[in-house]
Design a binder for this molecule. Structure first.
Ligand code: ADP
Length: 299
């Protein structure tokens, strides 16, 4: 097990930031940590990275407790903090060598070269950090997180503020790093979780509200939505008589019909069409996306 969080709580004076959360992350998993602002994501990540202490509960990284074995944990964990704080006046290599020395890496030049190659920063590595684009600055942040070749990476909002091209590049880099490392990354972007992660943890108000594989989280929702087009016009009033339907919206010539129940909405729509002498021209299922699931879980 790469990460074990057990009944972890954190209070900042009166503010409860984490309220007894527990989860486990297996070796090699890429896990998305989702939640609205203020949910407790950064607090969890700072505790795992050993930057702040929990008020109660345990955080274990590679079998070592972050409170009792902080040095061992720091060796096996790489951390990209939120907003990626960097020394803008330093040159890329100078900064990474500085970080390598903090980690007491003997062959620090070799470690710097390897980290630069891994995040594809060669072309920009002679520049000052402040001269780099946001995407390249993010690569510097990731390079400093992996310079000591940790097996676990904690990335706090690694893609915030990037343009679409930079986003793709950083996502691909994270997927590449995920081939050899366990990764916990926080994000607000749902597509990101779908494209990068094996699993999601959803946190709201300091409590874990979902922990599941992405596909099974999707299949759990009972809501069904179909887009249907009939051959004739039909009034909204009539459609509202369909039993078990929770929501109906017009979309051009079609209707978007939803049900929160487990009954088969296709059958009900077909029966309604037959009873009203309508032909069904199209009947298409809308799958619930992760964004809808997230909203339901955190409302
Ligand atoms: P997230 O990363 O999900 O946006 P945070 O972990 O940053 O959430 O914050 C969780 C809660 O703790 C929020 O209510 C936030 O205002 C509060 N909080 C975070 N850091 C501090 C701090 N240093 N002092 C007081 N309250 C804090």
């Amino acid at each position: 097990m790469s990460i074990v969080v057990d009944n972890l709580s954190k209070k900042y004076e009166e503010q409860v930031a984490l309220d007894s959360i527990s989860f486990k992350i297996n070796k090699g998993e890429i896990v998305g940590f989702l939640g609205p602002n203020g949910a407790g994501k950064s607090t969890t990540m700072k505790i795992l990275a050993g930057f702040i202490a929990p008020s109660s509960g345990e955080a274990i990284v590679n079998e070592q407790n972050v409170l009792t074995h902080p040095n061992e944990v720091k060796k096996s964990i790489g951390y990209l903090p939120e907003n990626n704080p960097l020394y803008e006046e330093m040159y890329v290599r100078e900064f990474l060598e500085f970080i390598a020395k903090i980690h007491k890496i003997k062959e620090h030049k070799k470690a710097v070269n390897e980290a630069i190659a891994k995040v594809k920063l060669e072309k920009e590595s002679h520049k000052k950090i402040g001269q780099l684009s946001k995407g390249y600055q993010q690569r510097v942040g990731i390079a400093q997180a992996i310079i000591h070749d940790p097996s676990v990476l904690i990335l706090d909002e690694p893609t915030t503020g990037l343009d679409p091209n930079q986003l793709d590049e950083i996502r691909n880099l994270i997927i590449d790093l995920g081939k050899t490392k366990t990764i916990l990354l926080s994000t607000h972007i749902m597509q990101e979780v779908e494209s990068i992660c094996d699993r999601i943890l959803v946190i709201n108000n300091g409590k874990l509200v979902a922990d599941d594989a992405i596909t099974s989280e999707k299949s759990k929702t009972k809501a069904q939505t179909f887009e249907v087009e009939f051959d004739k016009e039909i009034s909204l009033n009539k459609l509202q008589n369909i039993s078990g339907v929770s929501k109906i919206e017009a979309k051009g010539k079609s209707w978007i019909i939803s049900s929160e129940k487990e009954n088969d909405l296709r059958l009900i729509i077909s029966q309604f069409a037959a009873k009203n002498n309508l032909l069904i021209l199209t009947l298409q299922k809308h799958s619930d996306n992760l964004e809808d699931i997230f909203k339901k879980l955190t409302q």
